[in-house]
Design a protein around this ligand. Structure first.
Ligand code: FAD
Length: 448
């Protein structure tokens, strides 16, 4: 399909994204006309991460005229650990050659450095895939382009909301670092990450953010061999007051990082903490990249408004406890893109807010809201103090816990177990928590 890009040079003063939605948007959702004559529905996808590329691929394949905006060249990587679950490889046809490491061993270290191996229940074909984001994102972006989405290299600077129910949205952007342009579209997908401009433009409200910090460290070969197929997680007040720190293996280096929501100004202190804990294993390594980025803590108050939908980090789809967002970004982009295709009957009809709610938000929440709630609860219970973290690591030694955790992570379904096993797990959890508190209390009195 030959894409027509309607561009114009803007006035020097850009419209600043409004923080409050315009009052007409409410009636606009009810009265939007359904017919489009002589053309296809036009969608702008802002952001070419996993969320945006997957949305653009679904839209373009389904017959919608699609424009995918990305400000960065392919070589620039989104700061990320790059761990993805098995189900994503299958669902998104990610080829094996993009994977740096097939992780089959996980080791979790308690605050007192007790190590528990966490991967004993994995079946021979199961693993956690480790990729570099520059590799994954380039691949997903090219696939969206191959499906027919027009690539626009540029920074989106503002979004003008429509002046009447059937009027277009106007996307303002800077192409090639200099020329200012604009594009009129019917639908906007905000896939522009945690600092989303699209979310601001529609008054979607804020979410709390964690900050994550990561260093990529190139190790000597013999040290890298230790991390061949092993990923490590560390918990403790020294590495994070409310999250975990990690060492993830990549092609020729490891990614060493940590995150926190409670004490962001101390993030470098915690990074020193994780480096101290892994010191013997990374000694002699060379830091090749330092990166940091916010991670949303929960979904935004508003994820759909008018003919605009937010997906991925822009919507706030990162799970607590694990800090996982790549799969949920790609999946939400696809669910949303397919929803627009269905509602517009292959790009032949106008859509409205009700369509987006019915075709995107409803199925999304039905599938994943409980997963997000459950992991939020786990983070509150287990990451709150060193005593609770000791309990967490002790529990991770339990084979039943390992099986349930990996089944839930790898296949993105809350694993169902037997009632008796659940009851046993509940008692074990209580036991671990009680034991750890007792141990901590007696250690504190001993020190005093
Ligand atoms: C340090 C760290 C480690 C992490 N590790 C993991 C992990 O191991 N596994 C996991 O599953 N998740 C991890 N996450 C979370 C994961 O990175 C995100 O959830 C995921 O990237 C969300 O994808 P997205 O497409 O929604 O947004 P992003 O990946 O942030 O993509 C947004 C895209 O939009 C572009 N963009 C933004 N604004 C504009 C604009 N105005 N104009 C044009 N383009 C724009 C950006 O350049 C970017 O390419 C980690 C996060 C951090 C910070």
């Amino acid at each position: 399909m030959a894409a027509k890009i309607q561009t114009s040079f803007c006035l020097p003063t850009f419209s600043i994204p409004t923080s409050k939605p315009k009052p007409y948007l409410k009636s606009f959702t009810i009265k939007a006309s359904k017919s489009i004559s002589g053309r296809k529905l036009r969608a702008a996808v802002i952001g070419g991460g996993p969320a945006g590329s997957s949305a653009a691929e679904a839209l373009a394949s389904g017959g919608v005229e699609t424009f995918l905006f990305e400000r960065n060249p392919p070589s620039v990587a989104k700061p990320c650990g790059g761990a993805i679950p098995l189900c994503m490889l299958e669902e998104f046809d990610i080829p094996n050659h993009l994977i740096d490491r097939h992780v089959t061993h996980m080791r979790i270290f308690s605050p007192s450095n007790i190590a528990v191996d966490f991967g004993k229940t994995l079946k021979p074909h199961e693993f956690i895939a480790m990729l570099r984001r520059e590799v994954l994102d380039s691949f997903l972006r090219s696939r969206a382009h191959a499906a027919g989405a027009t690539a626009i290299s540029g920074l989106v600077t503002a979004l003008d909301l429509p002046a009447s129910p059937d009027a277009p949205y106007t996307v303002h952007y800077t192409a090639n670092g200099s020329s200012r342009r604009s594009l009129a579209v019917d639908v906007v997908i905000g896939a522009d990450g945690a600092n989303s401009r699209v979310a601001k433009a529609i008054g979607a409200g804020d979410y709390a953010c964690a900050i994550a910090f990561q260093e990529r460290i190139k190790l000597p070969d013999e040290k890298m061999a230790y991390y061949e197929n092993l990923a490590e997680m560390y918990v403790g007040d020294d590495v994070s007051p409310d999250f975990y720190a990690w060492v993830f293996p990549k092609c020729d280096h490891v990614a060493v990082g940590t995150g926190t929501v409670r004490s962001k100004k101390d993030i470098k202190l915690y990074q020193r903490g994780i480096r101290e804990r892994v010191k013997p294993k990374i000694n002699g390594g060379k830091v090749i990249k330092v990166e940091a980025h916010p991670i949303p803590e929960h979904p935004r108050p508003v994820r759909v408004r008018g003919r605009v939908a937010l997906v991925g980090d822009a919507a706030g789809y990162v799970t607590k406890c694990s800090g996982e967002g790549i799969y949920f970004a790609a999946k939400s982009g696809r669910v949303c893109g397919n929803g627009v295709v269905r509602a517009s009957e292959g790009g032949d009809r106008m859509i409205d807010e009700c369509d987006l709610r019915r075709e995107y938000l409803k199925p999304w929440d039905a599938e994943y809201a409980n997963t997000f709630r459950f992991l939020d609860l786990l983070q509150r219970v287990f990451y709150g103090s060193n005593a609770c973290r000791e309990a967490l690591v002790e529990l991770c030694g339990d084979e039943y816990v390992q099986r349930m955790t990996f089944e839930s992570y790898l296949y993105k379904k809350l694993a169902r177990g037997r009632v008796l096993d659940h009851a046993k797990l509940f008692m074990n959890t209580l036991g671990s928590l009680v034991r750890s508190k007792v141990v901590q209390t007696s250690m504190e009195s001993f020190i005093l």
